[in-house]
Design a protein around this ligand. Sequence first.
Ligand code: MRU
Length: 365
Amino acid sequence: MSAIPRRTVWFEAGSVRILDQRQLPWKVEVVGLATVAEVAAAIRDMAVRGAGCIGATAGYGMVLAASEARDWAELEALAVVLKSTRPTAVNLAWAVDRQLVAIRAAGFGDRAEVAQATAEAIADEDVAACAAIGRHGLELLGALAARNPGRPLNLLTHCNAGWLAFVDIGSATAPIYAAHEAGLPVHVWVDETRPRNQGARLTAWELGARGVPHTVIADNTGGHLMQRGLVDLVITGADRVTRAGDVANKIGTYLKALAARDNGLPFYVALPSSTFDWSVEDGLAGIPIEERGPDELAWIEGLDEKGVSSRVRILPQTSGARNDAFDVTPARLVTGLICERGVCAADAAAIHALFPEKRLAAATD
Ligand code: MRU
């Protein structure tokens, strides 16, 4: 069992170091990935997962690609290998493309140094963006708490958009950690997030490690709690957000947004700007949704009574299963986006007011 590192991904002694998230919460294991093929497998098999974390991992994967490639064609082919591992979180393609642009600008001969510097910049910017999201989100939570003095704020989150899903701090968790550290009483309802249980296994583990009060709930419980006044605000992360504010996130997010709207509750999405896809307007039409294998539904993993990790089948042998990994929440259901530059409405005008350089870029596309 390794000690918990500060960052979830870094480069050391010629390999990309990651926390193997498939082992959590039972085992903290740091593994080294020494080839592009190993990085690609780690992303595909979800040893690393979460938009920011896979973006940073792919950024470091391009350091390995720069050392494996003997010419441009090989470098571009390795970039495709990394980009094709998972389709929905846009940070992955964003990081790989940023590396290609930087290496092209510098020239093939300088690829090693440029790839390393760009990978470190991607990781450092991810940390800075999450810290800024925390500061902006804290203002929002502080204002909400001031309207409800004398009791903890009840927040509901889905999946894991936490420290583990980024390089550090997390997006949806950033305001939560900031509030907790500022002494604002918060309690988090954590959706278990079937089928892979990122909420129950990962979000609960990291909130617990930082002493944040939380309770895991079955995925279908949130609406019921909202009806009874037990939720003040819903906050999730995102895997891809369109320039008009449609949000692709872990399957089940849309249902939480619907329930929040029906109960008049705020539904916020926290994201670094690397999660925007400036080329897409309509999320339903334009965001590819990953469909994963049926085994994630058919089998469930945990510790048995003796504390031994086991997998058991929970579906009849004769039943098939469909496993859509993400859904799209239309912008009209999103109260606001918490980004590193501030909080804005989920609509094209407000997003582009926060990121004016992107409006100019889109206009010249
Ligand atoms: O399939 P995953 O676990 O990589 O999905 C990503 C997520 O954990 C969530 O959708 C999250 O809210 C957005 S990632 C910051």
